[in-house]
Write a protein that binds this ligand. Sequence first.
Ligand SMILES: [Cu+2]
Length: 188
Amino acid sequence: MEPGQGRDSAHIVSFVLYSSVLALVKCSLAVQYVVGNEAGWTLPSFGHVNYTTWASNYTFHAGDSLLFNYRSDLHNVLVVEAADYNSCAPSNPIQTYSDGKTVIELPNPGQHNYVCGIPGHCDQGQKLSIMVNAAEGKEPLVPAPASIVPNPPRTPSKAETYKRMSSFTSTATKILGSVMAGCIIFMT
Ligand SMILES: [Cu+2]
């Protein structure tokens, strides 16, 4: 066999697997949650929505985002500390939004709190507190490529090497294809 041919096939497999992992990580990070789903951001009694229950249905990760849909003449979104969330008397909001379609990125893990600043609305339950977990993909999703590429116990013939390379490349390409398809389905 040509010297280095085995290494070339290993490089191809590593590259395709690495691309798959990147695609998977990127895909899993791009989640935007619509607060309250169809009900949007409104008075719980009006929208028949409970934001604590809503939040409990999801696992949020750093890199996700929230979309607040609301009538800007009736509501707003205040990003607040826990104390203001609990008291429903936001004295020092971190951020105020009133555009009616507010996207809030969640780059950092931790507890994130939101209330409506219109008097009485927070008291009526228009408040949301979510726990944001560390970004997905921090843990390796597949073993390191080096451990996937088997170490041939003997020197394979040129034909065997080619066959092995095609087989690995084809399998790795299928993995990448599945991940891409999954992402497309996920994002549409
Ligand atoms: Cu409101």
